[in-house]
Each structure stands twice: as structure tokens, then as C-alpha cells.
Design a protein around this ligand. Structure first.
Ligand SMILES: CC(=O)SCCNC(=O)CCNC(=O)[C@H](O)C(C)(C)COP(=O)(O)OP(=O)(O)OC[C@H]1O[C@@H](n2cnc3c(N)ncnc32)[C@H](O)[C@@H]1OP(=O)(O)O
Length: 433
């Protein structure tokens, strides 16, 4: 069931490192329902989630069974068929500035059982994932992190933040222009037929976004368990422009408290155009007997604030690092995006794991294209692999890292880098994976 291109064998160095500790590191055959059930049980337990039901296990196998799924097994454990550590990975499409995507090795489900923690198992798994990505020719790895303290040591850096936006709905009036098109309610099943196309276009607008997999939409729209209370509460609406072309959608639910209070909880609001963005926000803000509209994992630079009569009715919380990026091939990543100004920058990159160390010249032209080559010139900017990841999509300015003492160089080069690396839109990632 795992897709063929995702089945390079378990990394040999990590197999050896774990075998030396009496542990077996292996791919999980996701076509084997029993093996997958043990793996999923360990994964869910690792995130302190309830034990999956047989239905949920089968649904998860259908949705994520295509991934490269690995487990670490302890033959001396009381239940040796249940892994003591898990990961999964796949090749995702990461949006970069310029409305393009690049391949990125997405890593998820990193868990180590409390019975086996702090013995270097996660390190063996992460380093194995990075070596596997490099061997597969994928230029970067990405993840969303449960804790911000874990992944810097492997060269990952926060590259696209997200925040929770809350609107005190009764305080705001609409101050934006009226939309030219129309918002239509769609049943979740009907939107499912349209969502991949609309989202595919919308996700290209924002650096840091990552393509969703088909099972993501099934679950988001409540189609994997349509009779559950959560699923029956999901509402979906689509925005069509004045020519009748679908340009965005919102999926949300309303948590109602009697008699006249409630909260609109926005799950995904994706828009291909600014007009669609405005129309969909207006739609959710105009729900009656609702006090609050809350949306998690929104951009830290939402235009929303400028579309309402009382901007102080909008508060943000839970600012999060969210997308973490680990550059493995600096030239490939730097050339994947477009830039905001022509320039010539010499960067010396230090990568403790060795993948991206070296000095490169980044030349950008007036069209924003980049040309990268290795060089032995003196560097204008010296930075580590984490710092390169932090500036790569444009979310953090190089001068901010210089002020923090995490990047060095001459002042002119750093000012130039600020201009060159700036992205048209603030990088942002709108879901967990
Ligand atoms: C992409 C994702 O899936 S994010 C989800 C991560 N998983 C979770 O949060 C689930 C609950 N936690 C766990 O399963 C485990 O504690 C893990 C996976 C975070 C760590 O597993 P372990 O096998 O204990 O880690 P390991 O022993 O390999 O530690 C490697 C290094 O990370 C450090 N480390 C591990 N976990 C943490 C943590 N939670 N906070 C800070 N540092 C940590 C260790 O101190 C060690 O540092 P060093 O090698 O630089 O001295």
C-alpha cells in the first residue's frame, strides 16, 4: 500500500545504531492491517490520543497508508509487535515565494514511548529521515513540531509562523468593499469534489503552505465518520467570482451556547484571490447570534484587521513557529524561489551535519530569478543551517537574526539580504501534519 517511490529501506546507519541497543528499525508494511494497527496504536499513544477504534484504524490506513511508515521494535518488550517508536514521511509540495512549489520531505508521527525515551531513538529516526531524503534527491525536510525545543539540533528552523485569530463579532461591522461574486453553501460531500482544485490554486499564493493529501480533505469535511457529532456540525461554503468561477471556500462549525451565544470555529478558509478572501471572511462574520469567530493557524499578517469597523475587536494568540524547514541542498532551495530585488550575495553556510556546508554565491536578477554557484570568495554573510532555513521563505529578516547574534556579516550585505529575501506575502502554513 505504501507508494513505491517512498520505500527506500530503513536507513542503514540508523538500523545499525538501534541494533546496537537491541532494537529493530524497520519499514511497516501498511498493507498488513495488523502491523498498521500496532503502529497506529503506538503513534496515537505517543501523542496522548485515545486508542484508535478498529474503524478509525482502517480509515487512517486508507488515508495515510501511502506514506513511508517506520517503527522501532523491542524484542524484549512485553508486547514486541507494538513499536516503541514511530515515524512517517512522504514527499510533499512546499510553496515558495513566486507561486511555485518544491519537493520537501515531510516528516510526521515522530514518537518514542515513555518506556524508551532519551536513549537516542528519536535522534536515530530523524537522522535516518534526513539521510533518506538526501539519498532520494529531495532538497529539504519539513515538519510541524509538538515542542519548539526538539528540532533545532537537527538543523530545522521555524520558516512560516501561524497564529489564532479571534474576532468579537458583535463589535465589528463590515468596512471592506462588497464582493462582486456570491457565497454558496455546499454540502461537505459536494465541496469534496471541488476542494482539491480550489485549494491547489489557493495554496500556491502563500509561501510556507504545503499540499494536503486526499484523506486530509475527507477527514476535514467529516466524510470519514459522517454520522459523528463533529462531522454533522461541519458547514462548508464556496465563493464564486462574478464570472461564476470558484475562487475559495470555508469549512467551519458553530459551537452554540443557549440562548443566543455561539462561536464560529473556522477550520480552513482558503482563497485564491483577495476578493474571495474578503467575501468568505464577511460571510463568517455575518452569522447571527454568534459572539466570536475563531480561526486557528492563520497568517500573522491577515488583511482581516483592515476590513472591519473596529480593529480592536480582533485579537491574536498562540503565536506559533508552526512550519519547520531543514535545508539539505542549499543551492536547490535557494534557486527554487523568486526574490524581490537584483543582487549578488556571498553566503557561507555552516551545517553541523554537513549536508549544506559551504560558500555559495546567490545572484538574483530583475525578474527575481536566482542563480547559485559554489565559490571560495570571502562571504558577506555567515550563517548556520537553521538561520538559512529561517530566512529562506521570507518569514524572518536576516537583520533580525543579525540583531539576535545568530547571523554575521557586513551591514550592507545584511541590508541587501533583507530586501532580496522579502516575500510578497508573509509565509504561513494553515494545518498540522
Ligand atoms: C514532527 C513530529 O512528529 S513532532 C512530534 C514529536 N513527538 C512528540 O512530541 C510526542 C511525545 N514525545 C516523544 O515521543 C519523545 O519524547 C520525542 C520523540 C520528542 C523524543 O524522543 P527521544 O527518543 O526521547 O529523544 P532522543 O533521546 O533521541 O533525544 C535526542 C535529543 O533531543 C533532546 N530532546 C528529546 N526530546 C526533547 C524534548 N521534548 N524537549 C527538548 N529536548 C528534547 C534530547 O535531550 C537529545 O538531545 P541531545 O542529543 O542534543 O543531547
Amino acid at each position: 500500500m505504501t507508494e513505491p517511490h517512498l520505500v527506500p529501506p530503513a536507513d542503514a546507519d540508523s538500523v545499525a545504531a538501534l541494533a546496537a541497543r537491541g532494537l529493530r528499525y524497520a519499514l511497516v508494511d501498511t498493507s498488513d492491517a495488523v502491523a498498521f494497527a500496532h503502529w497506529l496504536g503506538a503513534d496515537e499513544r505517543g501523542f496522548h490520543a485515545p486508542a484508535p477504534t478498529p474503524e478509525r484504524t482502517e480509515s487512517a490506513r486508507e488515508r495515510v497508508g501511502y506514506r513511508r511508515t517506520t517503527g522501532v521494535y523491542d524484542g524484549a518488550a512485553a508486547e514486541p509487535e507494538s513499536p516503541v517508536a514511530t515515524t512517517s514521511s512522504w514527499v510533499a509540495q512546499l510553496t515558495v515565494p513566486g507561486g511555485r512549489t518544491m519537493d520537501a520531505w515531510a516528516v510526521s508521527s515522530v514518537t518514542v514511548a515513555p518506556t524508551h525515551r532519551r536513549r537516542g531513538i528519536a535522534r536515530a529516526l530523524l537522522e535516518g529521515e534526513l539521510r533518506t531524503a538526501v539519498a532520494a534527491g529531495v532538497p529539504a525536510a519539513i515538519l510541524t513540531a509538538s515542542e519548539a525545543t526538539i528540532y533545532g539540533r537537527f538543523g530545522f528552523a521555524p520558516a512560516a509562523p501561524a497564529t489564532t485569530v479571534s474576532v468579537a463579532r458583535r463589535r465589528v461591522g463590515w468596512a471592506g468593499p462588497p464582493p462582486a461574486g456570491t457565497v454558496h453553501f455546499r454540502s461537505p460531500a459536494a465541496l469534496r469534489d471541488e476542494v482539491e482544485e480550489i485549494a491547489g490554486r489557493a495554496l500556491l499564493r502563500t509561501p510556507g503552505e504545503v499540499d494536503r493529501w486526499p484523506g486530509f480533505w475527507d477527514r476535514m469535511l467529516g466524510l470519514t465518520d459522517p454520522t459523528s457529532e463533529r462531522s454533522r456540525g461541519i458547514r462548508a461554503a464556496r465563493y464564486d467570482d462574478a464570472d461564476g468561477h470558484p475562487r475559495g471556500f470555508v469549512a467551519y462549525s458553530v459551537q452554540r451556547t443557549e440562548p443566543d451565544h455561539g462561536t464560529v470555529v473556522v477550520d480552513q478558509l482558503l482563497a485564491e484571490t483577495d476578493e474571495a478572501y474578503r467575501a468568505l471572511w464577511r460571510f463568517v462574520l455575518e452569522h447571527d447570534f454568534v459572539d466570536e469567530v475563531r480561526a486557528t493557524l492563520r497568517s500573522v499578517d491577515e488583511p482581516l484587521r483592515w476590513m472591519v469597523s473596529d480593529p480592536r475587536a480582533i485579537t491574536t494568540s498562540e503565536y506559533g513557529d508552526h512550519l519547520w524547514l531543514r535545508i539539505l541542498d542549499a543551492a536547490a532551495v535557494l534557486e527554487a524561489r523568486t526574490y524581490s530585488a537584483p543582487s549578488r550575495l556571498v553566503l557561507r553556510i555552516d551545517d553541523p551535519l554537513g549536508y549544506a556546508s559551504g560558500t555559495v554565491v546567490l545572484e538574483t536578477d530583475a525578474a527575481g530569478r536566482a542563480f547559485v554557484h559554489e565559490s571560495d570568495e570571502p562571504a558577506g554573510i555567515r550563517l548556520g543551517i537553521e538561520e538559512l532555513g529561517a530566512i529562506a521563505l521570507g518569514a524572518t529578516r536576516p537583520s533580525v537574526l543579525a540583531a539576535a547574534g545568530r547571523l554575521a556579516g557586513d551591514a550592507h550585505a545584511i541590508r541587501t539580504a533583507d530586501r532580496v529575501f522579502a516575500a510578497d506575502r508573509m509565509p504561513h502554513l494553515g494545518f498540522w501534519f
